[in-house]
Write a protein that binds this ligand. Structure first.
Ligand code: AMP
Length: 209
């Protein structure tokens, strides 16, 4: 999944995961897990995450390499939030080549920055299972509580407006150049981030078959 923060990559990754029974590999989620467990990686990553900067490649690539050791990736997987720059993309190419895996789709979710700022400042997420909600367009069934595990929903520190703006700049500078790489590779599929939540499932089925 490729696209700016808040374009709806995580939501789509979860839906694809349910549709095709594939694991989601989310570096943001794994890093947040490391932060809350207080591991060495987590402690180092946190200061970058709080500022909306990319966590150093060495840490993120290490986490991804370790994740690819698990056998569940053999039948396929969805990468959400990785790679985020050219160095990570080349590292991923190496891991995939070692395992003889081809990327079938790189889904680019396209959404205007103005809508992203509005959307992220109203995003809430479950600290336990990572489910994502929105104060207007995707409210939980019980106010303020996760539908899956009833944990109290939280706003991520990096979903505050100034940090969001910086994350968008980081995306434009470091991540957006990957669009050309994957377009040249012939695997890029562009989809709109404005599809209403209830139609996302059908939209993805149409694209992925
Ligand atoms: P996300 O949940 O994907 O928006 O990620 C939240 C934060 O985690 C980002 O703003 C980065 O600080 C960090 N992060 C997640 N994935 C990566 C990555 N592939 N490379 C570097 N930093 C990352």
């Amino acid at each position: 999944m490729l696209g700016p923060p808040g374009s709806g990559k995580g939501t789509r990754a979860q839906i694809i995961s349910e549709l095709y029974k594939l694991p989601v590999i989310t570096t943001g989620g794994m890093l947040r897990g490391a932060v809350s467990e207080g591991t060495d990686c987590g402690v180092e990553a946190q200061s970058y995450m709080d500022k909306g900067e990319l966590v150093p490649d060495k840490i993120v690539n290490g986490i991804v390499r370790e994740r690819f050791q698990k056998p569940d990736v053999e039948k396929g997987f969805i990468l959400d939030g990785y790679p985020r720059n050219m160095f990570q993309a080349e590292f991923l190419d190496k891991i995939l080549a070692e395992r003889g895996i081809d990327l079938t789709h790189v889904i680019l979710v396209v959404l205007d920055d103005r809508i992203i700022v509005q959307r992220l400042s109203k995003r809430r997420s479950c600290p336990k299972c990572g489910a994502i909600y929105h104060l207007e367009s995707k409210q939980p069934k019980k106010h303020g509580l996760c539908d899956n595990c009833e944990a109290k929903l939280v706003q991520r520190d990096d979903d505050k407006e100034e940090v969001i703006k910086h994350r968008l700049e980081v995306y434009a500078k470091q991540t957006a150049p990957l669009i050309k790489k994957y377009r040249d590779q012939g695997v890029l599929v562009e989809i709109s981030g404005e599809v209403p939540f209830d139609n996302i499932r059908d939209n993805l089925k149409e694209i992925l078959g």
